[in-house]
Design a protein around this ligand. Sequence first.
Ligand SMILES: *Cc1c(COP(=O)(O)O)cnc(C)c1O
Length: 428
Amino acid sequence: MDLNIKTNEKNHLTIGGADVCDIVKEFGTPLYVIDENRIRENYQRFYNAFSKYYKDFKVFYACKANTNLAVMSILKDEGCCIDTVSPGEVYTCKKLGFSSDKILFTGNNIKNEEMKFVADEDVVLNIDSMSALKRLAEVINPNGTKISFRVNPMVEAGHHKHCITGGVMAKFGIMETEAVEAYKLAKKLGFNPVGMHSHIGSGILDPEPFKLAIKSTMDIAGKVHKEADIDFEFIDFGGGIGIPYTPDEKLLDIDNFAKENVELFKQKLQEYDMKEPTLYLEPGRYIVGDASVLLVSVNSVKQSYRKFIGTDAGFNTLLRPTMYGSYHHIVLANKMNEDPVEKVDVAGNVCESGDLFARDRFLPKIHEGDILGILNAGAYGFTMASNYNSRPLPAEVLISNGKPILVREEEKFDDLFNKQIIPDHLKN
Ligand SMILES: *Cc1c(COP(=O)(O)O)cnc(C)c1O
């Protein structure tokens, strides 16, 4: 099994060497626990794999996966760059001290003022449409500003239809047929179009669609190079690299993945007689997904028409199972030695039927007061959490050298409404 699960002699789940029962005693539940070391290992494994085959290589961590400041600071320390999708993310990176050349912006359907904000921060934009290009030219003085275009490589991939970002149904990127025109127009407007970007989807464990996307993106880049006379400074194939969520799924052989994709990339550069640009990739999930566990307590065990294990978190804490039907492996964190004995539904505390972490999951005998570990909660976990049902957002703890450090305080009830204003006429 390729899932990242470690256990100690007390048969407790451990994260980064720390015993989850000790962590829960100190910080309570629900709690996101992040393993600093795992993030570093994931980044280094990814970076080393590609830079072994292509020297001029940069990783832009797609921070929408996890914008915790400690997580981003760890990656800053590793020398990682950041891919952002909103002005708020750009602002956060700047506050953390990332220099502009280490930030890339890949927004979609953004306002003119937002594009201006990003451009004024000297951050390169991946332009998503002809309209955005023209609007950007209206709000800033192009004056040689470096830009890039996101193209739709017409390859679909992803773990769920919401996560497919290429192909005819996708809202992202410019069409292959308008690419040459877009780069020509960018030059005419006074921009310096130096990059090309594509991103086909998320949660990809099969290397084939990724290779197809590289082929297709490079065919577009080759055409643009020839017909619009562009020498690319960078080509960016996005992220989407998957991790195993179920016990049956295998880790991607990242070294082989890097080798094959770089070979293909170099072949295409030769085919189109292009200079070697910097290669960018934008992994999000791969870097942080398996570095966090969501710890929850069992509030109630109920035999109804089905058996329900009721926990103190819900889809307001971890949305993926409800939103995408995603599988998250669940372990009985305080009794890791126990064998599965029955199929149960693991439910949350939100007042909606869809609030389930698992249906028909084969698990050991679970009692009230037990602690469950919901694995692989590091990517699109906390960042998708909400206050739905007026529940304060949970705390986050970082495990660093085996020691837990609080990196986000749990919200208080007052945080639920302190931005709201009651009109005078309703006060008395
Ligand atoms: C979400 C996103 C990524 C990262 O996707 P993962 O599946 O987490 O690797 C990369 N690039 C862009 C533009 C994205 O929107």
